[in-house]
Design a protein around this ligand. Structure first.
Ligand code: ZN
Length: 275
């Protein structure tokens, strides 16, 4: 079994410091978190940006400041930029940080979802626009799969030459409006639905983060943890990003699954650039 790639999604667009004071918001806070998570076994950091007031922003200069701060503390960590639409719907702005920074990875959601508070809208036109921006920037997309049909849309991007094979998927389970419930059967169905040369990771939302992560380890996939998806270490006990990475790395080690370094993760994912 390949070594385990741990992605840490440290901030997201939705959580607030009021909900969890460990949430990193500023570039320096995100970089400090990145170092702790890198030390604990994370090889990819999934990055969202916030403005001075803590609100989500797509400003590429803020992403650039975050990337600089991360690189200063952990030069080898793989930076994965979010192109998610919660910070704004304009596709040009969603692609702006990818075009400016040309990160090794970026997220790409291949469909629309009814989130509890709003519609997360990704038309085929927007998806292809974002895919093209990533392809032209030499950025590997992580296909964010909120429902099974999104797999076919991702594969169609590869068929159209807008994404390179092998594809990499992130299965998001347990989010209201997305793939529900977060069960082994649902995860297995998703794993069996992707092209066999693909790689995949799993992001369980909220209390599903730990059981889905453990299943990901056992099934030979990879795991995403972090405060973007889950604010709690256990019921009533707040987590930090580092404690979530430490726990999943510890469990993987106990299960005999070795943890990938960032450069080993690059090899597994076929990333073009090596630090
Ligand atoms: Zn995200």
């Amino acid at each position: 079994m390949a070594k385990l790639i741990i992605t840490v999604a440290v901030t997201g667009s939705v959580p607030t410091k009021q909900q969890n004071p460990h949430l990193p918001i500023t570039p320096d806070e995100i970089a400090d978190t990145a170092r702790r998570c890198r030390d604990a076994g994370a090889s990819i950091i999934h990055v969202h940006a916030r403005d001075q007031t803590g609100k989500p922003t797509l400003d590429p200069d803020v992403f650039a400041a975050i990337a600089r701060a991360i690189r200063a503390q952990c030069p080898d960590l793989i930076i994965q930029i979010s192109t998610g639409g919660r910070a704004g719907a304009d596709p040009q702005m969603r692609a702006a940080a990818v075009r400016q920074l040309k990160p090794e990875m970026a997220s790409l959601t291949t469909g629309s979802v009814n989130f509890p508070d709003r519609i997360y809208e990704n038309s085929n036109e927007v998806i292809e626009f974002l895919a093209r921006a990533q392809k032209e920037s030499g950025t590997k997309p992580e296909m964010e799969i909120f429902d099974t049909g999104m797999i076919e849309t991702a594969v169609a991007l590869a068929d159209k030459g807008l994404a390179d094979r092998p594809l990499h998927f992130d299965f998001v389970l347990g989010l209201p409006g997305g793939t529900q419930p977060a069960t082994p059967r649902q995860l297995l169905h998703l794993v069996e639905s992707i092209p066999c040369d693909s790689t995949w990771t799993v992001a369980g939302i909220g209390r599903h983060q730990l059981p889905m992560g453990v299943l990901g380890i056992l099934l030979g996939g990879h795991v995403r943890v972090g405060l973007e998806d889950n604010l709690y270490y256990a019921k009533g006990a707040l987590a930090s990003n580092a404690t979530l990475v430490e726990r999943i790395a510890r469990i993987a080690t106990e299960l005999g699954r070795e943890i990938a370094s960032p450069n080993q993760a690059r090899e597994i994912l076929g990333l073009r650039r090596c630090a």
